[in-house]
Design a protein around this ligand. Sequence first.
Ligand code: SAM
Length: 239
Amino acid sequence: IVIAPAQLQQQQITLTSQQQHYLMRVLRLRQGDRFIAMDGKGQWWLAVLAETTAQILEQMQVQTELPVEITLMVALPKGNGFDEVVRACTELGVNCFAPVTSDRTLLHPSPQKLERWRRIAAEAAEQSERQIVPTILDPVPFNKGLLSVTGDRKYICVARGNAPHLIASLQSIPPSPPYQGGLEGSIVIATGAEGGWTTNEVENAIASEFQPVSLGKRILRAVTAPIVAVSQISAIVEI
Ligand code: SAM
């Protein structure tokens, strides 16, 4: 479970009623059973359940995070499509989601959506045994998002044209010596909504040092494209 700093005092965790429900009713743990608590910022503890509280037994040294920080900028898909993007891409290792509204975005999200996405990210990070719960930024117009995200390498996925494949672009970056596998640093990758990007948006992205890339010859759905993009990056950086 993910705990807030205020819940932890002198090696004791005060569990919220939701956490008690999750541990005892969903996971069926009993008093004395062990579970993992995390702060979502890199720390993990082994804890033992004692009804409304839990006692920390030890701090755990684990590392399941990718060697690069990925910021995923997504022009919001329609309906609840972004829920699936957040869930799957958290499992795959994204550090930060930057939802944006683009010229062809149909969804203009309510504040409740943002809360929901943050909850989904926390649950997915727990389930994937990550150390980091990804950040979800407030949705902003695409052109504003372009200026606010930072990364060593920035890519915009374009479904048509002759852009180089994302994997070829990633492989063309020489690793900085001494080579320890994978790449280091940070990557920003942007995917469009159902109607794709306008020419103007792609030009603005290029002016902000984004490189257009392809994910392959088939046109992927707005929900599938970010999941494929992050899968390709994670495969390249982990092997
Ligand atoms: N009708 C749109 C077009 O022609 O651009 C298709 C948009 S596609 C459903 C939604 C988004 O997924 C695109 O804007 C792009 O970011 C990404 N995408 C889908 N397939 C892709 C591919 N094969 N290569 C790169 N990006 C892709």
